[in-house]
Design a protein around this ligand. Structure first.
Ligand SMILES: [Zn+2]
Ligand SMILES: [Zn+2]
Length: 246
């Protein structure tokens, strides 16, 4: 597949990442990535930028090096009610600016609980219309009902991520993604392939994810970033969902 977007990438604003947004955009531009999500960590993470970072994303131009840069976040799911570190008092400001929202669970910000609680957490997080993607849904510490979450994503029109960085780490990810993709195919849940790059050379490099999709025979029409028209169709739907002018 040919991928035109990478909607989960980090910059030096998260201190364990090492490239600037300009370096990221230059690389993306040279490697066929036309849409780039700048999604640094939500404020509850130790290495995350301050709220000022997100509030000031508005100063970025829409395009860098010809690449459309989406002002985004990787927000932390904090509890089984699906609350995230886009806190209630900041929602209005953040959502006036943010164009892309990945949500995920991290050890620093969500103490692993039961399968039922994790399932609830994911499904409740989707009730926020601004949430686009459940990121790295393969974590073994956060077991959940793959089938129920894939069904909820399909019902709410949201995306499940296949995360290249997790596949590179190995471990249980392959097996878990195989099961997750099976559920996505069953419910016609769209997915997105992302690098989760913490250094610019990883942007748009989806070798393992692509191999996995080929091996599992996953339907290309459900891969939202493998076709420009499909990706832009998702963006249009997203805008309608959050009540922005298309
Ligand atoms: Zn993460
Ligand atoms: Zn990340």
């Amino acid at each position: 597949m040919r991928y035109i977007a990478d909607m989960h990438t980090h910059t030096v604003a998260s201190t364990h990442a090492f490239s600037t947004i300009t370096e990221n955009a230059v690389w993306a531009s040279k490697h066929g990535i036309r849409y780039l999500g700048m999604t640094d960590h939500g404020v509850a993470m130790q290495d995350a930028p301050d709220t000022w970072h997100f509030e000031n994303l508005k100063i970025l131009p829409d395009h860098l090096e010809g690449v459309r840069v989406f002002r985004g976040i990787e927000a932390n799911i904090l509890d089984s009610d699906g609350n995230t570190d886009i806190y209630p008092d900041k929602k209005e400001i953040y959502y006036g600016i943010l164009e892309w929202v990945n949500v995920s669970m991290h050890l620093q910000t969500f103490t692993p609980s039961t399968k039922t609680e994790h399932t609830k957490a994911y499904i409740n997080a989707l009730k926020d219309p601004h949430v686009d993607v459940i990121s790295h849904p393969d974590g073994v510490r956060y077991d959940y009902d793959f089938d129920e979450v894939a069904r909820a994503c399909a019902a709410y029109g949201r995306l499940i991520e296949v995360n290249e960085c997790r596949l590179e780490r190995g471990g249980a990810s392959y097996d878990r993604y195989r099961q997750i993709l099976g559920c996505c195919e069953k419910h016609c849940t769209s997915i997105i392939v992302s690098s989760d790059a913490h250094f610019y050379t990883h942007i748009g490099a989806f070798e393992l994810a692509d191999k996995l999709l080929t091996e599992t025979g996953f339907p290309e029409e459900l891969v939202v970033n493998a076709d420009e028209e499909r990706f832009l169709g998702y963006i249009k739907t997203r805008k309608e969902r959050i009540g922005k002018n298309v």
